[in-house]
Design a protein around this ligand. Structure first.
Ligand code: ATP
Length: 265
């Protein structure tokens, strides 16, 4: 009897995120110059570089808060097609509310500081169209618990919380709708070192459990090393080096990356 063995198929997932030749200028400052990047589903891209290198500007464009001068950005999602930079304000807002979560370094940008913590998370669900009170409460609590926020502080407003707790509320808000893409802009910068480590642990656990696709921006190589699968190094608005995290940390090619890595060691 003849046995047929099928040749294994090479399966390569399509990138979830594709940014091509994205540029942004503010006055005379070219903040981002021709930056291209791809992020595959379940992968963490870390963007590193010194202050002013354009990391946050690029991330804000991925969050559709900022429109570039040129370039394209696509997400491989059933409900969207084409260059997302071409979407109108309403479509951008709905896409971000439903599919993209963000955690800012500054909690004032992401939270209503005087509303309850659970209310902050519920507000995101409301914007995305959920109206049932019991579902709002349940989902908000679930997201806060997953972010290791203490259940006895659900009603406390962020203004009364520590920096670490505020970041956990932002994280809960960002993951409440199980986003396709989670963007993190210096999520632990400014926190005490011990708190920073705890918040990073939570992020790592959530990423491993939920396989969330993430883009994290940090000037801190330790943070990037903890979380990222792939790394993009930016300097003066440009990508100077990109590759697998292990490769970038163990064998950096560009002089600027070498300087960053050696300064950290
Ligand atoms: N809204 C803005 N208006 C004018 N200039 C801006 C604006 N946002 C950023 N820039 C400028 O663009 C450049 C890149 O800034 P960006 O914040 O993206 O860098 P970064 O690498 O994230 O640094 P940092 O960590 O300090 O924020 C800087 O020169 C900055 O001053």
């Amino acid at each position: 009897m003849a046995i047929t063995i099928e040749a294994p198929r090479l399966v390569k997932a399509a990138p979830l995120l594709k940014a091509q030749n994205v540029s942004k200028t503010y006055g005379h400052v070219q903040a981002v110059k021709n930056v291209s990047s791809e992020v595959f589903p379940g992968e963490v891209l870390g963007i590193v570089g010194e202050s002013g290198s354009g990391k946050s500007t690029f991330l804000r464009m991925l969050n559709l808060e900022e429109t570039p001068d040129s370039g394209s950005y696509t997400l491989d999602l059933p409900e969207v097609d084409g260059n997302l930079f071409d979407l109108d304000r309403f479509a951008r807002r709905m896409l971000c509310a439903k599919r993209i979560g963000i955690v800012y370094q500054n909690p004032h940008l992401g939270l209503l500081m005087k509303h309850s913590s659970s209310g902050n998370v519920a507000e995101r669900l409301l914007v995305a169209g959920e109206r049932r009170f019991s579902v709002l409460r349940e989902k908000a609590q679930e997201a806060l618990e997953a972010s290791e926020f203490p259940v006895d502080r659900l009603d406390a407003p962020p203004i009364e919380l520590s920096g670490g707790m505020q970041q956990r509320v932002q994280l809960a808000k960002a993951i409440a709708l199980e986003p396709a893409l989670l963007l993190l802009d210096e999520p632990t910068t400014g926190l005490d070192v011990s708190v920073q480590a705890l918040v990073l642990d939570t992020l790592k656990r959530l990423q491993q459990e939920r396989k969330i696709t993430m883009v994290i921006v940090s000037h801190d190589l330790g943070v990037i090393r903890t979380l990222a699968d792939r790394v993009m190094v930016m300097r003066r608005g440009e990508v100077v080096e990109a590759g697998l995290a292990d490769q970038i940390f163990q064998d950096p090619q560009h002089a600027y990356t070498q300087q960053l890595v050696h300064a950290k060691l």
